[in-house]
Design a protein around this ligand. Structure first.
Ligand SMILES: NC(=O)c1ccc[n+]([C@@H]2O[C@H](COP(=O)([O-])OP(=O)(O)OC[C@H]3O[C@@H](n4cnc5c(N)ncnc54)[C@H](OP(=O)(O)O)[C@@H]3O)[C@@H](O)[C@H]2O)c1
Length: 250
């Protein structure tokens, strides 16, 4: 299908996979990034910043679909999403937003910002679709890798995860983007729910490392939310297991 599609965060783990999947003859795929275009990029690159609004008008102009994958820590996602919506409103594009399973049940500050960004999308007046996904395989591996200089791996006690392949989430988002506004669609999770200890062990094994693991109790409503599994979903649509991801060299 021809048209102009914009992927915000098109340089990120998820967004770059979405942009790649949207590429098709006759379709312009724009990538929004704060950085300049790399040499040989197949995309119609747009340099801009959702925090300041610089370059956003030019990025959204004429776009029929916007897949909003950009994210920043520190609670700035709401303002960034509003900036995007305000710039896009006159063109009435289909706005596709990716969120996280449990943003409404676990009071993590990042999740609160995502929930408020979801609400901004719903009340934007634009045709919209929201997909909530579980944690990506890349995030689970990152949490272990960030501790590589330590003699141990700290792990949140009693936490299970249902990691999903970002490529599979991207494929679903690309499909949703082209299908038209669908509102809140069923959540998407990975194929297995596993103890974090187990996932951390698999990560260490794949990197040929051994480390003792130290359980850390996470107190309060945040810890309870994860221990109660509010970030998990019965919709285990992802097929790629964590071990397959680790073995793929991604
Ligand atoms: N990671 C997970 O486990 C997970 C699970 C479920 C849902 N999600 C959601 O999926 C989305 C993508 O996550 P990700 O892990 O792929 O993120 P990521 O790899 O950290 O990428 C973040 C992207 O945001 C862009 N960005 C950051 N600040 C920006 C700004 N001020 N203006 C414009 N662009 C900006 C970055 O682009 P430049 O640096 O090139 O500017 C980058 O492309 C997020 O909404 C996240 O909440 C993630």
């Amino acid at each position: 299908m021809p048209g102009t599609n914009l992927v915000t965060g098109g340089t990120g783990v998820l967004g770059r996979e979405v942009a790649r999947r949207l590429l098709a003859p006759g379709r312009e795929v724009r990538v929004l990034s704060r950085r300049p275009a790399p040499d040989g990029s197949p995309y119609a690159w747009r340099t801009g910043d959702l925090r300041t609004g610089t370059g956003i008008g030019a990025a959204v102009e004429g776009a029929e679909v916007i897949v909003h994958c950009a994210t920043t820590l520190g609670g700035k996602d709401v303002a960034a999403t509003r900036t995007l919506i305000d710039a896009a409103r006159s063109g009435m594009p289909h706005l596709v937003y990716v969120s996280i399973v449990g943003v409404d049940r676990i009071p993590l500050p990042y999740y609160r910002a995502k929930l408020a960004a979801e609400e901004a999308v719903v009340s934007s007046g634009l045709p919209w679709t929201i997909l909530r996904a579980t944690q990506f395989h890349t995030l689970i591996r990152l949490v272990v890798d960030l501790q590589r200089r330590l003699p141990v791996v700290f792990r949140p006690a009693g936490f299970r995860f249902q990691p999903v392949d970002p490529g599979e989430v991207a494929a679903r988002l690309a499909e949703l983007a082209l299908e038209g506004a669908a509102g809140r669609v069923p959540d998407m999770g990975g194929p297995e729910v596993r103890d974090f200890r187990d996932l951390a062990r698999a990560t260490l094994r794949a990197a040929n490392r051994r480390r003792p693991m130290i359980p850390v109790p996470i107190p309060g409503a945040i810890g309870r939310g994860y221990r109660d599994g509010h970030h998990l979903t019965p919709n285990a649509a992802g097929r790629v297991t964590f071990e397959q991801f680790l073995g793929s060299g991604s």
